[in-house]
Design a protein around this ligand. Structure first.
Ligand code: GN1
Ligand code: MG
Length: 367
């Protein structure tokens, strides 16, 4: 069934005008849909959730239902007395009152409201933008902090469990296909060495959880700068989108992910590796924004692990891209041969820059 037929299954007034591919997600298929009546227009986002990445997509929708209902109830009150109108996408149900539509192939489709007059950027635009990205994540963490983690399911097993990605790499690196890539491409061997040199660091967060030093919280899972909406009228951050990976986890994963994407002005898809770096002013801005709301809930132990979070998230993402490259690009969508290798090199370059700036980063964090 095509996207246009599916779009008509959701509870939206009017007649379908257009269904156009939208955004630059690495996993799901996203469409921007317009419906019109003789007096109004309704735009929304329609997405197909990929089964090979999300084997239980219904858990995504259960989590999204719980979190968005709680957040929308709170936002009503908060917005009366705030410096901005905070927003969050809302689920649009099907005509028969369900949160998703399952097509004949067993794929799951869902519709969510479109936050108009706001924009996201794949790369950080300025210190102010980084500050706003940090502010939105801090606000969101605070907003969801009292949702009991037991009420949330796990959408992807092992998500942000860095050692599990290392295990995947260890399993794939000896396959004939991976061995061929490794022997043919010097850059692939460079990636392998880069990871090997950091093998001991990889379980840092699993150890902190096991020791009880860090606790699980509700998390967003993918708060990169491209998932933060900036109000086109005011320039202020207004919403966090892409609520697919909400699940219990460490806020450090979110913090590290937001920072790795907002401190690197060259972005995740940089063409020229020499432009990839951790910009300290950008880092300071996002951290200042994050702390605006996060000061209220960050513990002393949380602060002690912030630098490690900033270092490990790009290492983890690079490891994920690299393992997928050696595995024949089955997880992340790619636009050209070797795209995942290039993505991994970008993340590892960023890790190196973060390591070189450890002293300055720690000084800004204060530990
Ligand atoms: C994937 O599809 P997208 O862009 O929302 C990935 C994230 C990565 C991100 C890197 C479920 O997210 O973990 O950080 O790419 N999502 C999943 O751009 O693996
Ligand atoms: Mg995502």
């Amino acid at each position: 069934m095509n996207a246009s037929l599916i779009a008509k299954c959701f509870e939206v007034n009017g007649q379908l005008v257009s269904v156009v591919p939208y955004g630059s997600g690495n996993i799901n298929d996203t469409y921007h849909v317009i419906f019109r009546t003789s007096y109004s227009e309704r735009r929304f986002i329609l997405q197909r959730i990929r089964k090979n990445v999300f084997p239980h997509p219904e858990i995504i929708m259960d989590n999204m239902r719980i979190v968005t209902d709680i957040c929308h109830a709170k936002l009503k009150e908060i917005n009366e007395d705030s410096d901005r109108i905070w927003q969050l996408p809302k689920i649009i149900q099907t005509h028969d009152g369900k949160d998703f539509y399952e097509d004949g192939n067993g794929d799951l489709w869902r519709a969510i409201t479109y936050i108009a007059s706001a924009q996201s950027y794949e790369t950080v635009q300025s210190n102010d933008h980084a500050y706003e990205a940090g502010t939105v994540l801090g606000f969101f963490h605070n907003l969801i902090s009292d949702i009991p983690i037991d009420s949330l399911g796990y959408v992807i097993k092992g998500f942000h469990i860095t050692p599990s990605y290392l295990e995947q790499l260890d399993a794939v690196k000896n396959t004939p296909y991976a061995k061929e890539l490794l022997s043919e491409h010097r850059e692939a061997r460079t990636c392998m060495r880069f990871i090997e040199e950091r093998r001991d660091f990889i379980p840092v967060f699993e150890n902190a959880k096991a020791a009880g030093t860090l606790k699980l919280h509700p998390t967003h899972g993918d708060p990169k700068v491209g998932n933060i909406l900036i109000d086109a009228a005011t320039g202020k951050g207004t919403s966090i989108i892409d609520l697919d990976t909400i699940q219990p986890g460490l806020i450090h994963s979110d913090i590290g992910d937001a920072i790795r994407s907002a401190c690197n002005p060259a972005g995740e898809d940089a063409n020229d590796l020499s432009t990839v770096r951790c910009d300290i002013d950008l880092f300071a801005s996002i951290w200042r924004g994050y702390k605006r709301h996060a000061k209220k809930f960050l513990t002393e132990a949380d602060y002690l692990y912030i630098y490690d979070a900033i270092r490990i998230l790009p290492l983890e993402l690079g490891l994920r891209f690299f393992a997928d490259y050696l595995n024949g690009d089955t997880y992340f969508k790619t636009r050209y041969v070797g795209h995942n290798l290039k993505r991994a090199l970008v993340q590892f370059k960023l890790v190196e820059s973060i390591e070189n700036h450890e002293f300055q980063i720690r000084k800004i964090i204060g530990v």
